[in-house]
Design a protein around this ligand. Structure first.
Ligand SMILES: [Zn+2]
Ligand SMILES: [Zn+2]
Length: 259
């Protein structure tokens, strides 16, 4: 009997990856509209225009391409190891490479010659429930191919597992959606421990409002190494999360900053 192109579980997983960004956007839209408790610590107390929401929703039409590009790699025969060890190692390898690739490509997109690729995402100076799925087609194409092609090369040496990579995509779509909410959800003392390494919603909000610095995806590690972190981040975080005092201007600062 001829083998099916994809297993049922692979199809379900790809469908989850194709739609999760929109489901998360819907969640944040409802949370904001109904003023759920998780939205009480506003980051920027500024209005978001209808025009921005319309533009972001239009851009989001090609968000399912994450699933399409992963499906192409699976169709070509990559990532077929089925062991548990490979599942765990594939998830970890994807997370580490994604952090490096995202930081490097993101900084490159901020260079004048390449900024057209990233411009659409940055038209949103203030994050809305839909900003996390608002990218140009080219940006997501480059991100996904740059993420998966090196992993496909590694797959030739150490068999990688498709579900380990898919698990990273699921985590990315959820966390990236949180990172673009206009509310801080983490505790007031987050930056004393976990927050020294991991980013927060406030962290990425400053990238949008100030247009530079904070290029990291899920961690602060590379921003610290390459000195691209705003030095008033932690005091602004404290103000928003602990004192519950939102920022009133996009360029507002807690102190002189170095980026
Ligand atoms: Zn950027
Ligand atoms: Zn962003």
């Amino acid at each position: 009997m001829k083998q099916a192109m994809f297993t049922a579980l692979q199809i379900v997983t790809l469908l989850v990856i194709a739609t999760l960004g929109h489901l998360m956007a819907l969640f944040w839209y409802l949370a904001d509209k109904n003023r759920w408790k998780i939205c009480e610590r506003t980051i920027y107390d500024l209005p978001i225009s209808e025009e921005q929401i319309r533009r972001e929703m239009k851009n989001s039409l090609h968000t399912p391409m994450h699933a399409v590009i992963l499906a192409v790699f699976l169709y070509l025969g990559f990532f077929r190891n089925t062991s548990l060890a490979s599942f765990i190692c594939s998830g970890l390898a994807t997370a580490i490479w994604a952090e490096i690739w995202h930081y490097g490509s993101h900084r490159a997109f901020h260079l004048r010659a390449l900024h057209w690729i990233h411009l659409e995402h940055h038209k949103s100076r203030l994050n809305s429930p839909f900003t996390a799925i608002s990218f140009s087609f080219t940006e997501k194409l480059i991100f996904d191919i740059g993420l998966l092609a090196p992993l496909a090369a590694v797959d030739g040496l150490f068999g990688l597992n498709a579900f380990g990579i898919a698990a990273w995509y699921v985590g990315y779509l959820v966390i990236n959606s949180f990172s673009h909410a206009n509310f801080e959800m983490k505790s007031g003392d987050y930056n004393r421990w976990l927050g020294k390494v991991l980013t927060s919603t406030t962290y990425h909000s400053l990238h949008h409002s100030r247009y530079s610095g904070h290029y990291g995806l899920g961690t602060r590690i590379l921003d610290r190494i390459f000195n691209t972190e705003w030095d008033d981040y932690e005091s602004l975080y404290r103000r928003i999360s602990h004192e519950k005092r939102p920022l009133g201007k996009l360029r507002e600062r807690a102190s002189a900053s170095s980026v």
